[in-house]
Ligand binder design. Structure first.
Ligand code: PEP
Ligand code: MG
Length: 869
């Protein structure tokens, strides 16, 4: 195998092999853009290293060969004393994982070559020593595993109240000695002076960083597979820290927060790349580069246009200016907020760069879900204490906390928290996940906090410089003498950047109001959503139904674009005061008593169904006959035992206890429920079917469908079906009669079952439970986080459909069911019906519709459209 590719050899489609960074560096190189030369070690080499514990055969020779070619091209040798070539070693996985993995710059420096570097720089000693101390610092932390604070502290002590740029060459040379001492002290060895050894160790450190805890956590959060590995990019160094004619920055071709077109980014003079992201010094807005270095600015704008037209999307860019010459260090199709995604997709259509079909695939259901978040009530009284940058939208309210650990701890106790930091770094990830929102006092919209929060869809306000954050004392000061301590409630608006003291009430989003039909598509975001939703609706093949069991939910489902109800859980109608009636029914010992209970329930059920049929205005309503285990309707056996043992216990109490004991089950979810209950309690299902039929008679255009739960054998279904058809015939009402497929045996005998069913609806909650043998009520809390850690699955199978196992059964049932009954109608009503990946699966296996909660309907419409495109 070939493990190393020169930048001229790859292209943007090779992200699997070269990682995102490597593939795009190759693409830019081939576009003729100014990219420093270099090469990429493949993620395949990394995977080999991670699984085998050693680099693959031949890798060292290949790297040596590529390095020689690079040296020949640059006319310098790596780390050569008089005239050194320096390189950077950067991670770059298939999916971007900002700041999660390692980077080492300035490789090739040692006590000799530092002088050569100074000479190259025209006698700029300060620059050379600054580069050297950066190498030891970065290498020490990432490759040698030394606590980074040790270096930071040494730097801080030296700086005092000055900035790092104020340190002179002599001071920096002293710092290098201090750093070397730290290395010796911490590792018992000298800092490795051999440039090739530096490079080799750095490559392995990048490989290893794939499994750093924060990277593991990030992947789990972002659902990135754990076994991809990272590529490693080795590139000739260009220097942004030469002096004021140099610098480094990041740029976006459009505003990743709002999608607005314009010049957008941050620039930092006399600095190296890591300084920008780390928020060491405050950056200036990119526009200011125009007055700092007009030529580079114009060149950057030109390149941004080339990239946008080439990628036909928003790109983000890392660049460095070395003594007036612009270099591209990275580009990629940039992350953006949900609102920006919708706006940009339609802008690109209007610019003629993409089609509407493509535009729909550029936005996701998850992004749409984010736009449906509430925002702060504009009319409510609020006390604004400061304003930062609107880094990631949303409205977050919670108690201020000042460390990641504390955020995790309080969130674990069910508290809403806002993580407040001066700036965040990858070690804060756990706290960022736990928090409702993130607030920082430093760093721009491209700072770590902003980038990560946007990726997670979490509210973030960053760079609120008016705030003085004292993390040690767990408080921050705002202008006007306001002091906020840990536990005080604050509200942050990720849309405007505003920060408020206390709790600000939140209201529905404009997008939800539009779905509700309460507003016309007024602002440009809602217009973009409207356009894309219409197009998705036109493209999708899947129908969208709702899981709803009240007229209110049914009406919302209609407004949100639901085309029917796919699951009306009738047991939800037996709660509250009706519970007693069900208890009477279950415990009845005589036919009379049972009939009396049924007679009492029937009119109530009928009224329920009338309400739902009316709300659905002629759209189909799949009503599932009662399903859940008996114990849900009976008094708790422990409470009852305690009560029956007291002096005041009545005969009735004791009789009730005896009955409950008789019906008690060890595994209720595998017990007397669903169709089994219907067959055991005579008259129960018949009463429900009669109520459905009677209700349908009273509502013009009502379209009931009767669904039998938990069927495992066709014989069960046949018995209930016969009785149901008789009742329907008696009342003169037409209704489909079908079944859920939620027991593995039903899926495996779908051909037989289809003979007695006009439709199937996959109940993937129970199907998942029974296929995996996982109790759906218990296991997620019990051990799923461990399973996720171990990579046994990347996401809970209750959240996203397990295609290999559960999905295989679904496929079998679809094929064999349709073979037996070609017009069999097929849907899904488990939680997976609202999950984007599962919706794509449902499309692929040829279901007719998905059914999900009313609020997920827009997401399902969009994803069904995307699946079809
Ligand atoms: C299912 O099992 O997927 C289903 C929809 O039914 P319930 O969740 O009510 O068991
Ligand atoms: Mg079920």
């Amino acid at each position: 195998a070939k493990y190393v590719y020169d930048f001229t050899e790859g292209n943007r489609n090779q992200k699997d092999l070269l990682g995102g960074k490597g593939a795009n560096l190759a693409e830019m190189t081939n576009l003729g853009l100014p990219v420093p030369p270099g090469f990429t070690i493949t993620s395949e080499a990394c995977r080999h290293y991670l699984t085998e514990g050693s680099v693959p055969e031949g890798l060292d020779q290949e790297v040596a060969g590529q390095l020689e070619a690079l040296e020949a091209r640059m006319g310098r040798k790596l780390g050569q004393a008089g005239d050194p070539l320096l390189v950077s070693v950067r991670s770059g996985a298939k999916f971007s994982m900002p700041g999660m993995m390692e980077t080492v710059l300035n490789i090739g420096l040692n006590d000799e070559s530092v002088h050569g570097l100074a000479k190259q720089a025209g006698g700029n000693d300060r620059f050379a020593w600054d580069s050297y101390r950066r190498l030891i610092q970065m290498f020490g932390k990432t490759v040698l595993g030394i606590d980074g604070d040790l270096f930071e502290r040494a730097l801080d002590t030296l700086k005092g109240r000055r900035q790092d740029t104020d340190l002179d060459a002599g001071e920096l040379q002293g710092l290098v000695e201090t750093y070397k001492g730290i290395v010796r002290e911490q590792t018992g060895k000298d800092f490795p002076a051999d440039p090739r050894e530096q490079m080799r160790l750095a490559v392995m450190a990048v490989f290893d960083s794939w499994n750093a805890p924060r990277a593991v956590l990030y992947r789990r959060q972002e659902r990135i597979p754990a076994d991809l590995g990272t590529a490693v990019n080795i590139m000739a160094m260009v220097f942004g820290n030469y002096g004021d004619d140099s610098g480094t920055g990041v740029a976006f071709t459009r505003d990743p927060g709002t999608g607005q077109q314009g010049i957008y980014g941050d620039y930092l003079q006399n600095a190296q790349g890591e300084d920008v992201v780390a928020g060491i010094r405050n950056t200036v807005p990119l526009q200011e580069l125009q007055s700092i270095d007009r030529h580079s600015y114009d060149e950057l704008l030109r390149i941004m246009e080339v990239l946008e037209n080439h990628y036909r999307d928003l790109c983000d860019i890392e660049f460095t200016i070395e003594r007036g010459k612009l270099w591209m260090l990275q580009t990629r199709v940039g992350k953006r907020t949900a609102a920006a995604a919708f706006r940009i997709a339609t802008q690109l259509v209007d610019q003629g760069l993409i089609t509407m079909d493509e535009a729909v695939t550029r936005v996701t259901g998850d992004q749409l879900a984010q736009l449906m978040f509430p925002r702060f009530d504009a009319g409510a009284p609020k006390r604004k204490i400061a304003k930062g940058m609107n880094a990631s939208p949303g409205a977050a309210v919670g108690k201020a906390v000042f460390s990641s650990e504390r955020a995790v701890e309080l969130a674990g106790q069910g508290e809403d928290v806002i993580l407040v930091r001066r700036e965040t770094n990858p070690d804060d990830l756990a706290g960022m996940i736990a928090a409702r929102g993130i607030l920082t006092s430093r760093g721009g919209k491209t700072s770590h906090a902003a980038v990560v929060a946007r990726g997670m869809g979490k509210t973030c306000v960053c760079g609120a410089e008016e705030l003085e954050v004292h993390t040690g004392e767990r408080r921050f000061a705002a202008p006007g003498g306001v002091m906020v301590s840990e536990g005080d409630v604050i509200s942050i608006d990720g849309m405007t950047g505003e920060i408020y003291l206390g709790e600000v009430p939140v209201v529905d989003s404009a997008v939800v109001e539009y779905f509700e039909g309460a507003s016309e598509p007024g602002d440009d975001l809602v217009r973009a959503v409207d356009r894309l939703m219409r197009h998705a609706d036109g493209a999708r093949r899947l129908g969208i139904r709702a899981n709803a069991d009240t007229p209110e939910d049914a009406a919302r489902a209609r407004r949100f674009g639901g085309e029917g109800i796919g699951l009306c859980r009738t047991e939800h109608m037996f709660l509250g005061e009706r519970r007693q009636l069900v208890e009477d029914l279950v415990l009845a010992t005589t036919d009379e008593a049972r009939q009396a209970a049924l007679d009492a329930l029937e009119p109530l059920q009928k009224a329920d169904f009338i309400g739902i049929f009316q709300a659905m205005e002629g759209a189909p309503v799949t009503i599932r006959l009662i399903d859940p285990p008996l114990h849900e309707f009976l008094p708790d056996i422990v409470d009852l035992s305690v009560k029956a043992a007291t002096e005041t216990a009545t005969d009735k109490d004791r009789r009730l206890l005896a009955a409950v004991k008789r019906l008690h089950e060890q595994n209720p979810m595998l017990g007397l429920r669903g169709v089994r209950l219907g067959l055991v309690i005579p008259g129960l299902f018949a009463m429900q079917v009669r109520a459905i039929a009677q209700a349908a008679k009273e509502v013009p255009r009502a379209r009931p469908e009767i669904m039998i739960p938990l069927v495992a054998a066709v014989q069960e279904l046949e018995a209930v079906r016969e009785e149901s058809l008789r009742i329907l015939a008696e009342t003169g009402v037409q209704a489909l009669v079908g079944t859920m497929i939620e027991v593995p045996r039903a899926a495996l005998t779908a051909g037989q079952i289809a003979e007695a069913a006009e439709f199937f609806s996959f109940g993937t909650n129970d199907l998942t439970q029974m296929v995996w043998g996982f109790s759906r009520d218990d296991v997620e809390a019990a051990f799923f986080s461990r399973y996720l850690d171990l990579g046994i699955f990347g996401v809970s199978p209750f959240e996203s459909l397990d295609e290999e196992g559960v999905g295989r059964l679904v496929k079998i049932a679809v094929e064999e069911g349709r073979a037996a009954r070609p017009d069999l109608h097929l849907g899904i009503c488990g939680e997976h019906g609202g999950d984007p990946a599962s919706i794509h699966f449902c499309h692929d296996v040829g279901l007719d519709y998905v059914s999900c909660s009313p609020f997920r309907i827009p997401v399902a419409r969009l994803e069904a459209g995307r699946a079809a495109l």
